[in-house]
Ligand binder design. Structure first.
Ligand SMILES: Cc1ncc(C[n+]2csc(CCOP(=O)(O)OP(=O)(O)O)c2C)c(N)n1
Ligand SMILES: [Mg+2]
Length: 326
């Protein structure tokens, strides 16, 4: 690509271009899921991550293939950023045999351990103790892996999150606690539920580093996760990273968002991660045609994945009792 030159150096620009590619593919995936849900090809509740893409792109760029990521029900973006094929994700949501969990997990509960994506979770806060388990297992086996537990601002008030943070800090476990602060827990603003909305400060109470970063800037996310991941790999313990962002859609598909103050969404769209990164790259000399080509490739890739997923056979009801533990 002719435009990979800027004052920050080729490496940073190449990383930003790669981040944009991931973010665009997540955005197109979520838009396609919206369309398929609207058309009732996808059933049940769907939680979209539109607006929060920089968190997934930047974080996953800083992780290694063997690290374990645990997300919430809002996990499609994490999965794609970990390298799970879009076709497998779409087929999963469509309940097809070719789904990444053969249609058993659906939108909110699929996993893909082969890609270092240890799954979504519909129980708010429940991924964090699981991440501690993965980190402890890695330590006991002498592996260099770290675990990343992603959860929302609302989850910060769940008991399981406090227990996990204390446990990880006390044992110096290699866990990154990533709080995706989109400022809402369902329909409730986080500021209405806590005395101190600087959530990252809670890290101090557990004796681990905590910081708040711009979660709409993939390079800020990448740098921060790389720093804390390296620290965790050296045996220096966990960290809490509060990533500020905003979802540009409802809590779930169908949410009318009447709880948002007037103008909030318009303002959020002005600082949304894809527009911002494209503006920055253009200012750094990346040609408009290069950016347009990246967008077109993302759209074409998701269209192709959706066509293949829709053409796949439905999940086989005869196998419903497989992989059950009771
Ligand atoms: C233990 C538990 N309590 C309540 C719920 C219902 N619930 C689903 S999503 C949600 C809000 C979570 O907000 P946040 O942690 O900020 O994540 P976001 O949805 O914003 O990504 C709640 C309360 C749940 N699924 N699990
Ligand atoms: Mg939230």
């Amino acid at each position: 690509m002719e435009a990979l030159h800027d004052t920050r150096g080729d490496r940073a620009l190449a990383d930003d271009m790669a981040a944009l590619d991931i973010m665009l593919r997540i955005r197109r995936l979520e838009e396609k899921i919206t369309e398929l849900r609207k058309g009732q090809f996808i059933q049940g509740s769907v939680h979209l991550c539109i607006g929060q893409e920089a968190i997934y792109a930047g974080s996953c760029q800083a992780l290694s293939a063997h690290d374990a990521v645990f997300s919430t029900y809002r996990g499609h973006g994490w999965a794609l950023a970990r390298g799970v094929p879009a076709e497998g994700i779409l087929a999963e949501l469509l309940g097809r045999q070719t789904g990444i969990c053969r249609g058993r997990g659906g939108s909110a509960m699929f996993s893909a351990a082969d890609y270092g994506f240890y799954g979504e979770n519909s129980i708010v806060g429940a991924g964090a103790p699981l991440a501690c388990g993965a980190a402890l297992a890695a330590r006991l086996r002498g592996e260099q892996r770290i675990a990343l537990a992603a959860f929302g601002d609302g989850a910060m008030n769940q008991g399981a999150i406090h227990e996990a943070m204390n446990f990880a800090a006390y044992l110096d476990l290699p866990v990154l606690f990533v709080c995706e602060n989109n400022t809402y827990a369902e329909l409730t603003p986080v500021a209405d539920t806590v005395r101190d909305a600087d959530l990252y400060k809670r890290a101090a109470a557990y004796g681990m580093p905590g910081e708040r970063i711009d979660g709409n800037d993939p390079s800020a996310v990448r740098g921060c996760v790389a720093y804390h991941a390296a620290r965790a790999r050296e045996g220096r313990g966990p960290a809490l990273i509060e990533m500020m962002t905003q979802r540009l859609v409802g809590h779930y598909y169908g949410d009318l968002q009447g709880y948002r103050p007037r103008g909030e969404l318009a303002e959020a769209r002005r600082r949304e991660p894809i527009v911002r990164l494209e503006e920055r790259l253009a200012a750094q000399g990346v040609a408009a045609e290069t950016l347009a080509a990246l967008e077109a490739a993302a759209t074409a890739g998701i269209e192709e994945a959706a066509s293949a997923a829709l053409a796949a056979p439905p999940a086989d009801a005869g196998t419903i009792k497989e992989h059950l533990y009771a």
